[in-house]
Design a protein around this ligand. Sequence first.
Ligand code: C2O
Ligand code: CU
Length: 458
Amino acid sequence: MQIRRRGFLAGMATLPMLQSAGVAQAGEGVALSAAETLLQIAPPDYPRTQVWAYNGAVPGTPLRYRQGGTLNVRLVNRLEQGTTVHWHGLRLPNAMDGVPGMTQPLVAPGAAFEYRFRLGDAGTYWYHPHANSLEQVSRGLAGVLVVDEADPPDVDGDATLVLDDWRMTQEAVIDPSFDNRHDMSHAGRLGNYITVNGLPELTGSLQRGTRHRLRLVNTATARVFRLRFDGLRAWVVALDGMPLVAPQESVEIVIAPAQRVDLLVDVTAEAGGEALIASVEREAAYAMAIYDVAGPGGAFRDGPRPLPPNDMPAIDLTAARRVPLVMEGGAMRGLPGGASWEGTRMDMRQLAELGQFWAFNGVAGMPTEPMIQAALGESIRVPISNRTAFHHAMHLHGTHFREVLAEGGLGPWRDTLLIDPGTTREVAFVAENPGDWMFHCHMPAHQMSGMMNWIRVT
Ligand code: C2O
Ligand code: CU
């Protein structure tokens, strides 16, 4: 497949491969201000865009800590609406999870909230608002949180690539139709403009023979990226922050909304050539990152070793309680039997009038009772049946899960799983973290129109 340029490269600034993101010194607090800001997001021949940003940047201030360190962040809300910060993928105390009305009150305009907790797991995580998420995340509020291993792998560079997808007008204004019913009932808010670290394309240079860690984060609200590598030999070493038992060599990866993929890549392109990361779309592949490769290039290292594991619980599959989750609704399939909404049974037309198009186990929106009440330490299995015509990125807060594979084995630890239409995927986890935790589709247009539920661990 031919890799193409998107055709808006004139004047692009080059970015160094290695972005040093170190901000948090031991014990020192970080202020994170959410505010409206004018930034150049569209290509340089377009006007700047009014975005909502953390500390004036999209993606927001990169937060970086050592494993075992303490996150200490003061959110200051300078938006004209309430917000919170959710620390996506972190196994943290429930009160720090950032879900308004569930784990904390909404942080009002002008108010602040202190997030403070210990970072037990190393890995690549991210943060975003959990209030009016479709609008707040789509307008730019998202940032990366990296927790460094005590003993990190031997690499020549460590870079973060934040993949995003914007819906912009020709004037580079963010399309404000956040209540778009077509998005809600179809594939979510897909954009028309893709960025990497807030730029239409990343460029830089790399030395042949060197090895780099690339932390890919998908902050888009609906787009699933399929990425191909050219001139790079790539191994997946972690998914959603958690190391794989064995690095997996890959020529192509899929990364759904909210997911992270940590790669180690060796630069194999010839000196004078290019190394590329491209997004495979319908009819072509488009370059998202282009690196000029320089020589001379030394010897390649041996294949990578696994990253040091985080301390994960043992899932007891045989003793595990099974709680099925059936996902229904949306365009094409609908909710022929209706669903209940805030305790009242309704038909599809009534639900649609309330902006509800989807149901989990026959309930649209947050049920008053959790779908699972688990005892601390209990193992739970959830077969998730996607009876809709769309794929969904299911995310569980506060706990990672593993997929129960067809052969009976367990897949890698994840916090977000992409589930194709018409398929059933079973996940299993240990209820290791006390509190109330959301379990929802991470395409916020779906989340707000029905796809949410929660679990309670006591
Ligand atoms: Cu990253 Cu409830 O979400
Ligand atoms: Cu969904």
